[in-house]
Design a binder for this molecule. Structure first.
Ligand SMILES: *Cc1c(COP(=O)(O)O)cnc(C)c1O
Length: 211
């Protein structure tokens, strides 16, 4: 068995054990296999194993790597996790199924207009700067309501919220805040939990783990 397959199986087992421990019945979070910097030889075994959700953080890398793979595997879903520049939106809309990093009006406008041209309707997460860190991407919590309204007026398909909590903080506090925001705005999905803290994110009903 290929090492990426064994990794995935191990992660799934840990998730299942944690969900049992928390008695969260019928909770089935999705794993986004973050494949940035990985090549086909590590990715294809996961596809053979039946894995469908993959994540990248650069448009050009995603385009080069995934255009041929997606042509052969129509059921794959590709997630854009990284910061998206507006001059890359056209290509992003072509190759990705989800965008996790929407955090400004200019980008929202651009996605909306290019989706119309490309006849696409991507699932989109609003990225929240949940730790209110100066240098970090994401919309400030106090601006979320207005920004969400702005996105809905553009007919963007906003499915939920995404965050990358502060590295040195207690992730639980931020995951809890995210879960509260999700409830407040009645979103379907929460994209949170990375390789180091995905088991903690399960307590707060994360629906997409980025590992
Ligand atoms: C790279 C990346 C991940 C996964 O990173 P790890 O260090 O493996 O946890 C998750 N989310 C985003 C937004 C990323 O860019």
């Amino acid at each position: 068995m290929h090492h990426t397959q064994t990794n995935l199986i191990e992660i799934k087992e840990k998730i299942k054990a944690k969900i049992d421990e928390l008695s969260l019945h019928e909770y089935d979070p999705k794993i986004i296999a973050v494949s940035k910097t990985f090549s086909e030889k590590d990715i294809l075994p996961l596809i053979d194993y039946g894995h469908c959700e993959f994540g990248e953080n650069k448009v050009q890398e995603a385009l080069n790597k995934w255009s041929p793979i997606k042509k052969r595997n129509q059921n794959l879903k590709l997630h854009m996790l990284g910061k998206l520049q507006s001059n890359k939106v056209k290509n992003a809309v072509e190759i990705f199924d989800y965008i996790h990093s929407l955090d400004n009006e200019k980008l929202a406008n651009k996605i909306s207009s290019l989706q119309k041209i490309e006849n696409k309707n991507l699932k989109i997460f609003i990225q929240v700067n949940i730790g209110e860190e100066n240098q970090k991407s994401g919309i400030h919590v106090s601006k979320l309501a207005n920004f969400y309204t702005f996105c809905k007026d553009l007919n963007l398909n906003i499915v939920g919220l995404m965050s990358i909590p502060p590295v040195d903080g207690d992730a639980d506090i931020y995951f809890k805040k995210m879960q509260e925001l999700k409830k407040q705005f009645n979103f379907k999905d929460l994209s949170m939990g990375m390789s180091s803290d995905y088991l903690d994110a399960l307590k707060y009903n994360a629906s997409f783990l980025r590992i």
